[in-house]
Each structure stands twice: as structure tokens, then as C-alpha cells.
Design a protein around this ligand. Structure first.
Ligand code: ZN
Length: 391
């Protein structure tokens, strides 16, 4: 399956079902991150463990880097990783994987899938545990069949329920529906009752991309210098009615909907209200709430209508994937700085790094740029995959 994956917009070839990226049948895994921070304190792990199931190559350390942080002047960074649960690993293999995370400087794991044993094992190894949860992009069969009216509708009148944009799984729910809010609140509340889970991490908490990251235009044979109607959401009855009550105007009747500031703001606010409600639900259950968001406040608003500086999250993890914007690693510092400046002072930002495009020294530099921009750590994506053992 080829699709746009949320964390990068790039091809993501792992089969996807539910919330687990192809991990369910995995019998072995391979850590493929190739770099890490400390050029001064570089270390490699080479070896095979267990029954040859685990290969960890050239994973260097994300541990404290005095050169960046200044000796003893700041706390060491907190680093994250988006990964699968590896539920089929043997207990010893799983323990070894989590030990490797810790050695590599990872503090918190965002699990796409998990079970009770996975969480207990991660906690026992000293890791924070978070449920990586697809929020508004939900192609659940039951929802599509029973509630097609809950889904976003574009400016041409096509529903994301049966005519998703770009790729076949882009079934986005409309954040303005009360029923959608209640449905997602129930999911968060249920996760909130999970033992050994520290937090809930929202992904796809946005509209479909009205404009794709520029590096993807060629792939989809599109020029998106303006908001094209087939990618512009949401014009469902609920949204049209709410905006009309607010302003007296039907967004479909506006002479140029993309240029209408109030209509843009309505959609930012619709996502923000939903997020802040979900944060309250998570906090009632004493869980942290974080989210994967587009790289800067300005880009997030422009591309997917996320006004994430207004979200009451415990931490924000922008996907500062420079290559998707045809930028060099230096750009990460500028992007992080813009995000930090927009957030409340006590709100930590962890810079998402896309490992496949940060080879060798570029990774070291990316981490340095993230920290120099004011990030409290980084979150790694894409360098880790679970593979089936050929036996
Ligand atoms: Zn709507």
C-alpha cells in the first residue's frame, strides 16, 4: 500500500490497519536510525541479540550534548520516537528493544499499537508511554457505513466518506459535528483508563491538506499556488449553518471563499475547540495530551488549518521535516523558533525529525538546529521499521 503518511506526507509502504502500522505480524524488527546527536560522543551499536532477531546498527546517542546545551546550564533534552508496539516480539526481545531506546537517549515512546504487556515492559524500562492516535482521519468501516454525514465535504460537494482527496484512506471527519466530538472524546476517555499509559498523542488532527507540502506537488502532478476547490474543506451542512449563524453568510456563496478571513478563522476555531475539549477529557483521566502538527504555526494554518499555538496541549510535536518543504536542515532552527515564539512560555516543543532524509552528519546538524531554535528535544520518525522474519 502506498499512501501519504501523516508524519511526512511521503510514501509509507507499511500496510496499515487500525492504529498499527504493519506491526501485528512482525516477528522481528530492525532499528534503522542511522545517526544521532553527539558527534562528540558518537557511539555505535552493532550486533545481534536474542536469536538473531534483533539488529541494531549505527545507532548513536541522543544523550546530553554539552556543546549544544552548555555544561550543566540546562536540563538534558527529552527525546521521543514514533513507532509500533512490536506486540509479537518475545518478552526478552521487547525488553532489549526498549533498553536500546534508553541507551540511544529516547525517553518517551509514541506507540501506534500496543497491548498491556508492551506498556508494562516499556514502563519497567523507564520509558514514558503514549498512545499514538489518529484523530480526524478515520476510515472505520462502521463509521463510514453508519455516519457518512459526519465526514468533511469539499467545495465541490464531494464527501471525504466516499471521495477522499489524494489517497484512498483520506476519510476525514468534520470537527464541527457534536457527534464527532463525542465519538473522539469517548476514544480518549477509554485510553484514559489504560494502565501504564502516560499520555495520548493526537495525529491527523486537522483538515485534509488544502495545499500539500511543496515537495509533494510533483508526485501528485499538482500546482497548488491557490486553494483548489476539490481540496478545500469543509462545506457540510453543519459548517455552512454554523458560519451563517455567525456571519450571516453561506460560505458556498462567498465570491472567493479562500480569501475570506472569517471563513478561514471558523475552521481554525473548529479544530481548536475539538482539541481543547479532548485535552480536558485526557486531563480528567490524568493523562498528558500531545499532538503531531505541521511544522510551523503559519504553515500549519495555511496547509491544513491547524492553529496549534491556541491548543492547550501539554507539549507539541511539529513535524519539522525539512525535505518535505525542499529545505535544508538549517530550516529546522527557523521553524522551531517560530513555533516556540508562538507558544506559551511553559509549553515544550519537540521537533519531529524525518530520519530517512537525514543521513549521517545531517542528522547531527538537524538535532543541533532544533535545540538552537528552542526545542526541548526531538522526536524521531521513519527510521524504524518492523520487519517479518523470513522463517
Ligand atoms: Zn463540516
Amino acid at each position: 500500500m502506498t499512501s501519504i503518511h501523516t508524519k511526512c506526507g511521503a510514501d509509507w509502504t507499511a500496510g496499515f490497519s487500525g492504529v498499527c502500522c504493519g506491526a501485528a505480524k512482525a516477528l522481528a524488527f530492525c532499528l534503522q536510525w542511522t545517526t544521532v546527536v553527539s558527534a562528540m560522543n558518537r557511539r555505535s551499536f552493532l550486533g545481534k541479540m536474542g536469536h538473531g532477531a534483533l539488529g541494531v546498527s549505527a545507532a548513536n546517542l541522543l544523550l546530553d550534548k554539552p556543546r549544544i546545551l552548555g555544561a550543566n546550564s540546562k536540563p538534558r533534552p527529552k527525546n521521543w520516537i514514533w513507532t509500533d508496539g512490536g506486540e509479537r516480539l518475545k518478552p526478552a526481545e521487547q525488553r532489549e528493544r526498549f533498553k536500546q531506546f534508553r541507551k540511544a537517549g529516547i525517553d518517551a515512546v509514541l506507540f501506534s499499537g500496543f497491548n498491556r504487556e508492551v506498556l508494562a515492559c516499556a514502563k519497567a524500562e523507564g520509558l514514558e508511554t503514549h498512545a499514538w492516535t489518529w484523530a480526524l482521519c478515520r476510515g472505520d468501516k462502521e463509521l463510514l457505513e453508519k455516519h457518512p454525514d459526519w465526514y468533511d465535504v469539499n467545495r465541490l460537494g464531494d464527501s471525504a466518506a466516499d471521495k477522499p482527496a489524494y489517497v484512498d484512506y483520506y476519510h476525514f471527519l468534520c470537527p464541527s459535528h457534536d457527534e464527532v466530538r463525542q465519538h473522539l472524546a469517548k476514544i480518549v476517555a477509554d485510553l484514559g483508563d489504560t494502565d501504564n499509559l502516560d499520555g495520548i498523542h493526537l495525529d491527523y488532527i486537522r483538515y485534509p491538506d488544502v495545499i500539500l507540502p511543496v515537495a509533494l506537488w510533483k508526485k501528485y502532478n499538482l500546482i497548488q499556488n491557490e486553494e483548489l476547490p476539490q481540496f478545500d474543506y469543509c462545506y457540510c451542512e453543519v459548517c455552512r449553518g454554523a458560519f451563517k449563524r455567525q456571519t450571516g453568510e453561506d460560505p458556498l456563496q462567498l465570491p472567493d471563499p479562500p480569501s475570506n478571513a472569517a471563513w478561514r478563522q471558523y475552521r481554525y476555531d473548529s479544530v481548536t475547540r475539538l482539541v481543547n475539549h479532548l485535552v480536558d477529557v485526557a486531563h480528567e483521566k490524568r493523562k498528558q495530551m500531545t499532538a503531531a502538527v505541521f511544522p510551523t504555526p503559519a504553515l500549519a494554518k495555511k496547509l491544513v488549518r491547524q492553529d496549534w499555538a491556541q491548543w492547550n496541549l501539554d507539549a507539541v510535536l511539529p513535524m519539522t521535516y525539512n525535505s518535505f518543504y525542499n529545505e535544508q536542515p538549517e530550516w529546522i532552527q527557523r521553524a522551531v523558533k517560530e513555533g516556540v515564539a508562538a507558544l506559551p512560555k511553559d509549553r515544550p516543543l519537540y521537533a519531529g525529525l524525518y530520519l530517512p532524509d537525514l543521513k549521517g552528519e545531517d542528522f547531527d546538524r538537524a538535532v543541533e538546529f532544533a535545540m538552537a531554535g528552542g526545542a526541548k528535544g526531538v522526536s524521531l520518525f521513519g527510521g524504524l521499521r518492523t520487519v517479518k522474519r523470513a522463517d
